[in-house]
Design a protein around this ligand. Sequence first.
Ligand code: HEC
Ligand code: HEC
Ligand code: HEC
Length: 494
Amino acid sequence: MSRRSDRPETHSSLGGNDMKKNVMKRAVLAGALSLAAGWLAAGPATAQETGGEDALVQRGAYISRLADCVACHTGLHGIKYAGGLKIATPIGDIYSTNITPDKETGIGTYTLADFTRALREGVRKDGATMYPAMPYDAFSRMSDSDIAALYAYFMHGVAPVHMENRASTISWPLSMRWPLAIWRALFAPAPKPMNTTEGSDDVARGEYIVTGPGHCGSCHTPRGWAMQLKAYDASGGPAFLAGGAPIDNWVAPSLRSDPVQGIGKWSEDDIVTFLKSGRIDHSAVFGGMADVVGWSTQYYTDSDLRSIAKYLKSLPDVPVPPVTVKDAATTTQAVASADPAGHTGASVYLRECAICHQNDGSGVNRMFPPLDGNPVIVSDNPTSVANVIVNGGVLPPTNIAPSSVAMPGFAHGTHALSDADIAAVTNFIREGWSNQAHGNVTAADIRTLRTTGAPLSFAAWAHSTTGFASQTPQPYGAGWTFSPQTHAGVDEAQ
Ligand code: HEC
Ligand code: HEC
Ligand code: HEC
């Protein structure tokens, strides 16, 4: 393990006029610093602000959307940016902090330099290293000008809120922060800011958003034995965006071009529409991604969404074993003829699910997602599928698709199913129609998920513990990640 330095130069730093760019960068930075100094002296925003400052603050507001600062830094039912969202780790819970410009409890005393260091290197103003739950490993790619605009926004566009930070529940000695600094030295990528052209919808812009502010890899890339991401961009090989560990019991599937477990069947338009509205004909957003769409990507400009789609589509193929196509009609017939004495999964499906998802698992366009051929369902790790059946899900309203559609949870209330029935129907849909996943979820798994909230663990995704790593003690346990709480279905304060 060594400090990562194998990332390619950024697209924009290729080419001959680096010096000129650096000079310009310094000028922008100096400009932002003096603007910021002016604001600190002038206090909160006034109507006399010049258009230039306003424009910078507004740009910062957009970058905050790109980076989804708000979803993590707002507690459930909490005040925007005042922190307090619980983020579970295997050793205890940590809480996001107050990043409003309050001088005592927020980041009101941060200078632009402090702020830049926090974002790119994960070091707080007081010098302590942060948990990489704050995705500074991705933000390390953010450009100087984006960070300066973001800073202007936080100092000037966000109202200060006096709210003390919540202490973590990690107990001593694991609560000591110095090991985090070692972790940072070993694993965090060296800051490599990328500069891209805003408003262009090219692949380089998409790479910037996905690997930088959008921090898509924090959820979609698997983590290694020390919880570090296995890859930060395409140069990191097939692990990049190959699907992550459960986060608040939602599994982020592969964004690579695998046609079964990834988004190989998605067109560029599908990706754009999904990120903008949360639904396309053959999929609907849920769980952790519902927060991402509801709080972040629905606000992206069309050109930024297009650039993301182009970038994801440009990722090199990961070879996948060929799959033999199964006859989907067999399952449809089993549902139609289900009787309780025969196939439990099929009869539960007919009784409880088919009304929305249909006998043939095809769903209803943009309302009820299809279950046949849905990557989420055949993902190696069945946690998401079990979680949505146990706890239900809410398809969040977005600006261009304002209706909110819900799926009921089946572990509680009038719809309550037994653990065994939930396991049976989970397995049924994972193996059903043309789906080829293993139906190996047990009633005991469901009980654990329901009562303790622990994700289902399966050998299939213990790939993070193979080779050298399997010989190494893993303080955090295998396959774990940071798990922020999900807002979707709890509060819509976006
Ligand atoms: C995935 C969740 C997540 C996202 C997204 C996120 N943060 Fe954080 N952030 C955290 C957590 C958790 C902490 C506290 C880390 C700790 O205590 O070690 C934190 C800490 C910070 C701090 C240090 C504050 C202090 O207490 O001194 C700053 C500054 C910060 N974040 C700014 C931002 C900004 C700006 C954005 C958007 C560009 C952002 N964060 C996005 C989770 C997140
Ligand atoms: C907080 C974790 C998280 C982050 C950050 C995140 N995702 Fe997701 N994503 C998920 C989860 C969980 C799912 C599965 C649920 C679903 O399909 O809605 C998902 C699903 C998706 C899907 C649908 C895949 C499929 O096969 O159904 C796409 C496309 C996607 N994410 C793109 C992105 C992009 C682009 C970004 C960065 C801008 C991103 N995600 C950031 C958690 C995340
Ligand atoms: C009242 C209609 C309704 C019923 C009944 C229903 N669902 Fe759903 N289901 C939905 C909706 C709406 C979503 C999208 C939820 C979201 O986006 O959070 C969904 C999502 C899902 C998903 C996630 C797929 C994805 O791509 O979003 C699975 C898996 C699922 N349902 C399985 C089932 C099973 C199994 C049953 C029966 C035990 C069932 N559903 C019953 C409406 C329903």
